[in-house]
Design a protein around this ligand. Sequence first.
Ligand SMILES: [Zn+2]
Length: 142
Amino acid sequence: MADNSARTDGENKLPTSEEEWRVRLTPEEFQVLRQAGTERPWTGEYVDTKTAGTYHCRACGAELFASDTKFDSHCGWPSFDQALPGAIRYLEDRSLGMVRIEVRCANCDSHLGHRFDGEGFTPTNARYCINSISMRLDPSTT
Ligand SMILES: [Zn+2]
């Protein structure tokens, strides 16, 4: 049976156009997630968060980072030293006159932040510098 009715309960259905994303997200979320913007340092709600749980993509809800990989980098954005397997898509970003690794949600292709390697913060030698507004923390109950 064809399911072409105008149902609105499609929580798992991703928008297919930027206009749909614009409706779904707040202007601030849209600017970061869909236009690769960056929130101002120290302004994000998760910069100093220590709460245990899982960080999800704010655009599509996919799981991205576990709270036990979050560490204090003092850079002004939430930082993680590894991502959940398969959660991330990496792109080369040549904006701002340098080469950086852009980090996107593998599920919905929304911009999350950047990954920096070789800084030696933790044994993984990686720092995922992620906008708070790109994520939503789901606190664990255990
Ligand atoms: Zn996503």
